[in-house]
Design a protein around this ligand. Structure first.
Ligand code: IMP
Length: 179
């Protein structure tokens, strides 16, 4: 297995904080007059999600639920295999869903999630992702609300991990291969 170490900061905490505020404003406007059922995709989205919803207008009528899907494990490449490890607690029938993700990479995870959620008859499904790596996309999927477009680099921090580590870092770093 390849070994990696923490590389340079790609997005610092202040830049992230400002972008999260901007996204929260956009979302507050969009959900001004309609209740939203926010779905956090565990575990990568939790730091972003908790900052995001606290920056949103308190008048927005929202509920929070979580899904857990299998990730890459200790690899930086998508296996294309997505499995639900923890399903939602509540029904989504006729609700306005906002899926909150850390990153859209190949797009396979979100495409799969959107497809299974569609079968449960929600009113609407929107996607909010902090990061987007468009160069790696293998399916036609775009987040409706997106923070940063980043180059094809594996990144960790602010919720994003490698093998479960580095989620706690306040900045987003590039992962560097150790030779
Ligand atoms: P996708 O299915 O390829 O779009 O990948 C989605 C998931 O892969 C994300 O929710 C992350 O958990 C993980 N992932 C993709 N790229 C990165 C990265 O650069 N750093 C950490 N996790 C990543």
């Amino acid at each position: 297995m390849d070994r990696y170490e923490l590389g340079d900061i790609l997005l610092g905490r202040d830049v992230i904080r400002n972008k999260v505020k901007e996204l929260a404003q956009e979302l507050s406007l969009y959900y001004k007059d309609k209740p939203v059922h926010v779905i956090g995709v565990l575990k990568g989205s939790v730091i972003f999600l908790s900052d995001l919803i606290r920056e949103m207008d308190a008048k927005v009528h929202m509920k929070l639920d979580f899904l857990s899907v299998s990730s890459y494990g200790a690899s930086t490449k998508s296996s294309g295999v997505v499995k639900i490890n923890k399903d939602l607690d509540e029904s989504v029938v006729n609700k306005n869903l906002l899926i909150v993700e850390d990153i859209v990479d190949t797009g396979l995870t979100l495409q799969y999630l959107v497809n299974i959620l569609k079968e449960r008859s929600p009113k609407e499904i929107k996607i909010c992702s902090l990061l987007d790596k468009p160069e790696r996309r293998v399916v036609d999927l775009k987040a409706d609300f997106c923070g940063f477009t980043i180059p094809d680099e594996f990144v960790v921090g602010y919720g994003l991990d490698y093998g479960g580590y580095w989620r706690n870092l306040p900045d987003i770093h590039v992962l560097r291969k150790v030779n």
